[in-house]
Design a protein around this ligand. Structure first.
Ligand code: ADP
Ligand code: MG
Length: 255
């Protein structure tokens, strides 16, 4: 058995009285392409955000390549505590791409992609520039290096956001509905980039409603409901032959 890249055990997240994640257990193996489905409000974003500690888990354990991130609160609360050094490490190893791109509008495309390598990885500007141009080339946007995000289409902005995540040379990529805010004609160019990454063997978790894409490019599919992984399996098992009633009802909406 290879060591999982991410080992998630007993993950809980509460917002006040709202118990959004109620004990998620899941291992992500190297090269896994995990599609995450679920109704709006089922906790898909919260789940991804806990994995790179944009949200602090309320309880549970997350191991990144065998190393636990944080530890239970020593004062007896159930929150997970971590150091700033651990946080920087996680941010570097776990890349995130958001629905709304979240590029810095006052920085050029190149500046956006260089920012992480310089500030988080402590890289010299010249080397960060080389890496940024390499990753922009990979998403087909090296020629837009000097443009500002506001002058790009949504699809191009999202490809820049993917290049920005790649420039950190992460072990895992998290995509949170990366095509949901795009006009339909721009969805394909972004999915093509994600497909290329999948075919390279990158490890990724992808929240998406693009079921056709999930069917072809994921190797595992999770359906979240009631704060838990309600059903999990191969794309064929979950998307074509769901066993459980809530999964069936959810999928009916797409047919
Ligand atoms: P999904 O991505 O599946 O639509 P989310 O993870 O965004 O769901 O949200 C799950 C639930 O948690 C929702 O009811 C949402 O309102 C709530 N929630 C998410 N983030 C916060 C927050 N920062 N504070 C309070 N409630 C939140
Ligand atoms: Mg969401």
């Amino acid at each position: 058995m290879t060591q999982p890249i991410l080992r998630i055990s007993g993950l809980h997240k509460r917002f006040g009285d709202h118990h959004v994640l109620q004990g998620i257990d899941f291992d992500v193996q190297p090269g896994d392409r995990v599609a995450i489905l679920g109704s709006s409000g089922s906790g898909k974003s919260t789940f991804l955000r806990c994995l790179n500690f944009m949200e602090t888990p309320s309880a549970g354990r997350i191991e990144l390549k065998g190393r636990p991130i944080g530890r239970p609160d020593a004062r007896g609360g159930d929150a997970v505590r971590y150091t700033q050094a651990e946080l920087a490490q996680v941010r570097r190893q776990v890349g995130m791409v958001f629905q709304q791109f979240n590029l810095f509008p006052h920085m050029t495309v190149l500046g956006n992609v260089m920012e992480g390598p310089i500030t988080v990885r402590g890289m010299a500007a010249a080397r960060a520039r080389d890496i940024a141009l390499r990753e922009l080339d990979k998403v087909g946007l090296a020629h837009k290096a000097d443009a500002y995000p506001g002058h790009l289409s949504g699809g191009q902005q999202q490809r820049v956001a993917i290049a920005r995540a790649l420039a950190m040379e992460p072990d895992v990529l998290l995509f949170d509905e990366p095509t949901s805010s795009l006009d339909p004609e721009l969805v394909g160019e972004v999915l093509n980039v994600i497909r290329d990454l999948a075919e390279e063997g990158r490890t990724m978790l992808l929240v998406t409603h693009e079921l056709g894409f999930a069917y072809h490019y994921a190797n595992k599919v999770l359906f979240l409901a009631d704060g838990l992984i309600y059903e999990a399996g191969t794309p064929d098992e979950v998307l074509k032959h769901p066993r459980k009633e809530r999964t069936q009802r959810f999928l009916e909406r797409f047919t």
